[in-house]
Design a protein. Structure first.
Length: 209
């Protein structure tokens, strides 16, 4: 008898700039082959280390605007003059195939996703301290003091949003934070409500032993 495979799990990870969420997500993705990364669209230019289709879908403002008008984004936002958005089709394609998906998005986008996917798992990554957050923002080296101040103010606003997330991870030591994120992921995959389909297979009478 073919076992019932549950729909994939949706995990949303948010953090202020400089908290290290991208590093944590990449390490989790490298460990679990069934976990997929939802690649967002953006209208900002790609940085030197970024690759189209891997880090972001880099598209024109006109393309983004058209997709937004068509209702294709599950969430979108304008940040520092550039647009970012997550395509609903990308998420649905992954979870309906039974694969899990992780979204690396900000708090506003996470709220929008939660409204559409209340069964998702929402994790907030905290920097170790305010001092370290300031230091990381300054060490980017490619931005003016004014931009750094704006990023810090935005980071503090985002940190105040942590209260409605399911889990909070203080990113003191990367290896420890990965362990916590791994534990959350494994535990949620084995939540009773998610495995009712497989459990029901045990009660189906298909003949004698």
């Amino acid at each position: 008898m073919k076992q019932t495979k549950p729909k994939g799990l949706l995990m949303v990870v948010s953090a202020p700039s400089g908290a290290g969420k991208t590093t944590l997500c990449k390490k989790l993705l490298a460990e679990f082959l069934d976990l997929r990364f939802s690649v967002s669209c953006t209208t900002r230019p790609a940085r030197k280390s970024e690759e189209n289709g891997r880090d972001y879908h880099f598209i024109s403002t006109e393309n983004f605007t058209q997709r937004r008008a068509n209702g294709e984004f599950v969430e979108w936002e304008e940040i520092y003059g550039h647009f970012y958005g997550t395509l609903k089709k990308d998420i649905e394609d992954i979870i309906t195939q039974g694969h899990d998906v992780i979204l690396d998005i900000d708090t506003k986008g996470a709220r929008n996703v939660k409204a559409l996917y209340p069964q998702g798992i929402f994790v907030f990554i905290m920097p170790p301290s305010v001092e370290i957050l300031k230091e990381r923002l300054k060490n980017r080296g490619s931005e003016t003091d004014d931009v750094i101040r704006k990023r810090f103010d935005k980071a503090m606003e985002e940190i105040r949003e942590n209260e409605w997330y399911d889990y909070v991870v203080f990113n003191d030591i990367v290896s420890d934070s990965v362990n916590i994120l791994r534990s959350v992921y494994i535990a949620e995959k084995n939540r009773t409500s998610r495995l009712q389909g497989r459990i029901a297979d045990f009660y189906r009478i298909t003949g004698g032993i």
